[in-house]
Design a protein around this ligand. Sequence first.
Ligand code: G6P
Length: 369
Amino acid sequence: EAAEKGGYEHFMIKEIYEQPKAIRETMTGRLSKDDSTVLFDELKWTKEEAAAIKKIVITACGTAYHAGIVGKYYLEQLARLPVEVDIASEFRYRSPLVDSSTLAIVISQSGETSDTLAALKEAKRLGARTLAITNVVGSSIAREADQVIYTWAGPEIAVASTKAYTTQLVSLCLLALYIAKLRGAIDQAALQKIIRGLKNLPEQAHEILEDVEPIKTFATQYGFNEDVFFIGRSLDYAVALEGSLKLKEISYIHAEAYAAGELKHGTLALIIEGVPVIALATQTDVYEKTISNIQEVKARDAVIIGLGFKGDKNLQKYVDHAIFIPATEKHLAPILAVIPLQLLAYYAAVTRGCDVDKPRNLAKSVTVE
Ligand code: G6P
């Protein structure tokens, strides 16, 4: 096992560090050299096929579900299609409105999660066209779906998913751009900008991983707190959900993610002196609004760790500590922003002496309902 960990103490940290390579592999062969198009040999859709889709439903569990939430933003904003995202165990029992004009996307690292497989079968039974995003070639979900996009992240051993999540986001972004172009929903300049941004991601992810000391320090400093809150708006909220799941599943710290604008409808009651709040502020469209939410929690004496783009001096004025990631397109920010949160969870779990790779009561793949 030590050999498999390649010198790292745990599989999770090894897999976190494999992300630049995994992200690169996910894109390999799927982007044209001139940055003008997304190529999916495994899909080969016609314009007519893309035009026939009226609605998309995404189903998944756990981290893959959180990837699905990001996917909703991608597909709605880039391909301009309505998207529903549902937890697989909910979808299958809610008599979903799905027919032959629906594209049902299931996301699963293992391709074996029983609820996700059942959701896929249900969507198929209702006549939907089905597409799986998975990491495991020949898995049950890959075999059951009409078409498959493989994430090519390589084997993921740690129970807490890391490189599978980032490569699921890359796959979803590629898919959204692919559908957007076929449907004429995106202009060429916007498409190229995102493709160039995608190509920079491996290097930018690497840059984050080069300097983990500040994150380690926060984790040791706040690793023994009982509660941690994550806030953000738009795509930052989607990443907040994943950040809080990472923290709770491996460090057993109670963590919750809130859409920052929703704070005053309840959660603010829990914000008292010294409570750590991790505030994500990478989404420029809602940046000012996020800053005012940060001020709301600051007024209650929370300790705020802000996460924003490098060069954002303004953010530093409102937070106690800042974590910066390289600047990128707003749609790609989640792929970088999650990395410091994975590291925070990892170092908090190590600080607390938790079994990082095999957290209590959890399994890598849940093949029973
Ligand atoms: C389990 C794992 C999670 C994972 C979820 C979905 O709960 O512990 O890390 O996100 O299953 O797994 P899947 O293989 O379908 O992505």
